[in-house]
Design a protein around this ligand. Structure first.
Ligand code: GLN
Length: 493
């Protein structure tokens, strides 16, 4: 095969790996192709930072390594990736989508970025996201939203909207994302790409700008489960010196069990995920995907997650509480923005934070401070923690009857940019299907399963028990071998 460079973006990560290993193309050629493509599609607003010279230097180094270490098993060597701008990077500015960090340069790479870099991946740039990963539509980015490549008047989802849009538009074959309450799964669903959030603690949080530390997790977004498995195998693993909550479990090669048979596997269908709130077009695509799983030999088992609705108030107490604490570091002294004019120290803090933070971030700092304050802590925060535990217990009850849980990622397809931007609660409510798994710390995945209203992609969510990422990827891979939803591309892109 001798593809002309104009076709490179149509290839998946694993296909590009094959070409690179066979020396049919160089890492520099691949990087050049994607950089040029990003230039021509800049209106999608996916990149917040790029640096052509830096990317090409990394690609050149990878080409050297390919020559010097021929035959070694290094599946990601020379392949491009782009990082959600919530990961700090030495070579590119890191903003977390906030004015507070505009132009900020980290002295180090996040562990996830470092691990992918060690494997020889080449960074194409940094991807747009909601400010401090707070949001579901990418509209909370201080730099304007990324657009959905299937319909650029619609949201790509959030908070990893830039990551999902970049993969869907084939501006990169792979991206990193983070998921606190759905931020990998929901944008993956809205843009028709594949994404997985591993078990809480699987991937190091070091160098991920903190939003809600007991929920934040990194994960890959790409065009297939196979590609996600390749990336996740490198992104996971203990990081004891730098993230004390990282699990002491060795990294796994998630590509190994991808093709295992799934006959006899029990898929739990939580009735609370299929109620009135679920749009009929989304439901139809999910039902068809479940029928496909039955055809592959899996059985469907009704289960119940009775506290699903409570996950919204619980999450929107716990996440802002943690955020209010995490964001106290942005004080004009240690990082980023500082107000130019102020009278004294307190005034400097006040003005810096008033100028640096956007509206949604301020809202959450206020909610978080309130629920943690004396007199309200017991009524809100403590109560939320108790219900969080019950939500986790509900999953364990369900997993007695099934091996994996399936349902929608979001109640509707991607909405129009602007439609919910004045209504924070409407945004919060749309998180209903992703929040329960996040609160329980479970691994969750989104795979494209068809199209709904306005020909927008629909994603199906797969939730596994702790450390069952391999099983999720296996289920997703088998589905993708039998269908081609994941291979569809937006027209004219
Ligand atoms: N939409 C949710 C929120 O706004 C989840 C965000 C995330 O997972 N980072 O908090």
């Amino acid at each position: 095969m001798n593809p002309s460079t104009t076709e490179l973006h149509d290839l998946t990560l694993s296909e590009l790996a094959g070409l690179l290993q066979a020396r049919k193309v160089s890492s520099v050629e691949i990087a050049q192709h994607f950089l040029t493509r990003a230039d021509t599609h800049s209106a999608l607003g996916v990149y917040l930072a790029r640096d052509r010279a830096c990317t090409l230097a990394q690609a050149h180094a990878a080409d050297q390594r390919l020559v010097n270490t021929r035959g070694a098993h290094q599946p990601l060597l020379g392949l491009p990736v782009a990082h959600k701008d919530i990961f700090v990077t030495r070579d590119f500015a890191s903003t977390a989508g906030s004015r507070m960090l505009a132009g900020y340069r980290s002295p180090f790479d996040a562990t996830v970025v470092d691990r992918l870099g060690q494997e020889g991946m080449v960074t194409l740039g940094k991807l747009n996201c909601d400010e401090f990963a707070m949001g579901s539509s990418n509209e909370n980015s201080a730099f304007g939203p990324a657009h959905n490549p299937w319909d650029n008047t619609r949201t790509p989802g959030g908070s990893s909207g830039g990551s999902a849009a970049a993969v869907a538009a084939r501006l990169t074959p792979a991206a990193t994302g983070t998921d606190t309450g759905g931020s990998i799964r929901q944008p993956a669903a809205f843009c028709g790409v594949t994404g997985i959030k591993p078990t809480y603690g699987r991937a190091s949080r070091y160098g991920m700008v903190a939003f809600a530390s007991s929920l934040d997790q990194a994960g890959p977004m790409a065009r297939s489960a196979l590609d996600c498995a390749m990336l996740l195998s490198v992104m996971c693993g203990p990081d004891p010196d730098r993230d004390s909550t990282s699990l002491d479990i060795a990294a796994e090669d998630f590509t190994r069990a991808l093709s295992d048979p799934i006959a006899g596997l029990r898929i739990g269908i939580p009735k609370e995920f299929f109620g009135d709130g679920l749009a009929s077009d989304v439901r139809a695509a999910i039902d068809a995907a479940l029928a496909q799983y039955q055809a592959l030999g899996a059985t469907l088992v009704p289960v119940s997650l009775p506290r699903t609705e409570l996950s919204i108030p619980v999450y929107y107490i716990i996440a802002p509480a943690e955020a209010s604490s995490n964001l106290s570091r942005f004080d004009g002294v240690k990082f980023g923005h500082r107000a130019e004019q102020f009278t004294d120290l307190a005034d400097m803090y006040r003005k810096t934070r008033a100028q640096g933070f956007g509206e949604e971030v301020k809202r959450r700092i206020m909610i978080g401070t309130y629920v943690l304050s004396h007199g309200y802590y017991d009524a809100y925060y403590l109560q939320a923690q108790k219900i969080r535990r019950m939500i986790a217990d509900d999953f364990q009850q369900a997993f007695k009857q099934c091996d994996v849980i399936a349902g929608p990622v979001a109640p509707t397809v991607a909405w129009k940019l602007g439609d919910k931007s004045d209504d924070p609660v409407a945004n919060y409510l749309a998180d209903i299907f992703t929040l329960p798994g996040s609160l329980a710390g479970l691994p969750g995945m989104s795979i494209p399963v068809g199209f709904g209203a306005h020909h927008m992609p629909v994603g199906m969510q797969l939730i596994g028990n702790y450390l069952q990422e391999g099983r999720l990827l296996n289920l997703a891979h088998r589905f993708q071998q039998a269908t081609d939803w994941h291979a569809r591309a937006p027209e004219g892109i």
